[in-house]
Design a protein around this ligand. Structure first.
Ligand SMILES: Nc1ncnc2c1ncn2[C@@H]1O[C@H](COP(=O)(O)OP(=O)(O)O)[C@@H](O)[C@H]1O
Ligand SMILES: [Mg+2]
Length: 250
């Protein structure tokens, strides 16, 4: 099984407000469908929120908790917005030939001080055994200390990693750069020096951007690949385990 993340930076226009990048999403879903058919390997899809989640989180200031009625409204708006994006993702996957169903993380995950304390994976497991691809996403969830918090797609991947053989994260760059050079492999030895080069996103990304992604993947203890989701041949090759430009994290 592979867990595949569709980065918010690929499937949405991160500079905008609730703007999907429909051509990129469609192309990505086609390649995923192709690779899935060819390899016959089941997938779990996780997608980011991009311009559907981050602007609400910033506007209503719900990054560090949900306490006031206004923040409660922000929590609800954020959830509604990421659900809308997930419906778009699911319909593009179905159109490309991948039977899938979107599961709201809000309904199956709880956190305490932003750390996952409960993750009920029954629905994910049951869908997989029916041959249906589960789709999860960056969402707001109930937090037993903070009221609510934002759970990134990257954190979901790391929490589900033990179910998978490998993790593949598609984003809007070819991988992780140290200065101008693309780093082809990151392991526990070179990670500290590479982390010095890794920052957030160019756009609003309330979940830590590339830095947050790398930190989650180092925790995951499964081979992980960060690759460019706007390059169809790269998507196909990475999913099929063929040579492709990307960063591998061990
Ligand atoms: N060292 C780095 N290598 C690659 N990207 C980096 C680095 N430091 C910061 N970034 C930024 O991280 C962005 C990808 O993270 P993010 O926007 O969170 O993607 P996603 O939407 O896929 O989660 C890149 O577009 C880039 O602007
Ligand atoms: Mg991100």
């Amino acid at each position: 099984m592979q867990i595949v993340k569709l980065g918010g930076s690929v499937i949405t226009r991160k500079g905008g407000f609730e703007k999907a990048n429909s051509p990129a999403l469609r192309a990505l879903c086609k390649e995923i469908a192709y690779a899935r058919k060819k390899s016959r390997e089941p997938l779990i899809i996780v997608h980011g929120a991009g311009s559907f989640g981050h602007p609400h989180v910033l506007k209503y200031k719900i990054r560090n908790g949900v306490r006031t009625p206004l923040q409660a409204q922000g929590f609800a708006k954020t959830h509604q917005s990421v659900q809308k994006l997930s419906a778009l993702v699911a319909s593009e996957l179905m159109r490309a030939g991948v039977p899938c169903a979107s599961i709201p993380p809000l309904a199956i995950v709880r956190t305490k001080n932003k750390k996952i304390t409960e993750f009920c994976t029954d629905a994910i497991d049951s869908l997989l055994s029916l041959g249906i691809t589960p789709v999860l996403y960056g969402d707001v969830v109930i937090d037993d200390a903070l009221g609510g918090c934002v759970l990134s797609g990257d954190a979901i991947i790391s929490a589900l990693a033990k179910k998978a053989r490998r993790l593949v994260l598609f984003t809007n760059v070819d991988g992780i750069y140290a200065g101008k050079a693309l780093v082809r492999e990151i392991n526990s030895k070179n990670a500290p020096s590479i982390l010095m080069h890794v920052g957030n996103s160019n756009h609003a990304d309330v979940t830590g951007g590339m830095r947050g992604k790398l930190l989650e993947l180092l925790k995951a203890k499964k081979p992980a690949f960060i690759a460019n989701g706007s390059k169809p041949h790269v998507v196909r090759n990475v999913l099929l385990g063929k040579n492709a430009v990307c960063t591998r994290i061990n």
